[in-house]
Design a protein around this ligand. Structure first.
Ligand SMILES: CC(C)(COP(=O)(O)OP(=O)(O)OC[C@H]1O[C@@H](n2cnc3c(N)ncnc32)[C@H](O)[C@@H]1OP(=O)(O)O)[C@@H](O)C(=O)NCCC(=O)NCCS
Length: 149
């Protein structure tokens, strides 16, 4: 069974490895640790048989919830874990005075875009050269948003 719980210090290595296997420029372990202490963050992990298989984070600032990342271990994808974590983040908006949710996603990341669209996120605009690739090239970000009011 897959459970979703708050990320803890002992999850840092697993989160780091999942991120490293998934994105061109992963977070450092220090950044992950800092986010565990960030009072504005909701930082969660997906766990199966005591193994961390995904993580997600969002930040609550004023009436906005900003989704910072949602990542599933490559060998556990397309089993509904991304959806479960996104649901858990959205559940957190009920505890805050959230009016809208925003996020950035690579314009080529059609899988993530399709996940967000399933949850009612709409394209707002494109932010040019937002992501830097390890080879020095850049990729545009699609800004997506979902209104809650
Ligand atoms: C994006 C990501 C988090 C989705 O997680 P997941 O657990 O695989 O997603 P789910 O199984 O919950 O699927 C949710 C939806 O995503 C889309 N999706 C997932 N895998 C897909 C695939 N292989 N092909 C096409 N669409 C896919 C579908 O719309 C799916 O809905 P459906 O099951 O009704 O078809 C995962 O692919 C991932 O970790 N990617 C790398 C990190 C990343 O890009 N994160 C987003 C940062 S903005």
């Amino acid at each position: 069974m897959i459970t979703i719980r708050k990320a803890e210090k002992e999850d840092i290595d697993a989160i780091y490895e999942i991120d490293k296997a998934s994105v061109p420029i992963p977070w450092s372990k220090n950044s992950i640790e800092e986010e565990l202490l960030n009072m504005l963050a909701k930082f969660i992990v997906a766990v199966e048989n005591e193994e961390v298989i995904g993580f997600a984070i969002c930040w609550f600032v004023m009436d906005e919830c900003h989704i910072g990342n949602i990542v599933v271990s490559p060998n556990c994808r397309h089993q509904g874990i991304g959806k479960k974590m996104l649901e858990a983040l959205l559940e957190g908006t009920k505890e805050h005075m959230t009016n809208y949710i925003t996020l950035e996603v690579r314009v080529t990341n059609s899988i993530a875009i399709s996940l967000y669209e399933k949850f009612g996120f709409k394209e707002v605009c494109v932010r040019k050269h937002y992501y830097k690739n390890p080879d020095g090239t850049y990729e545009d970000a699609l800004i997506m948003s979902k209104d809650l009011y």
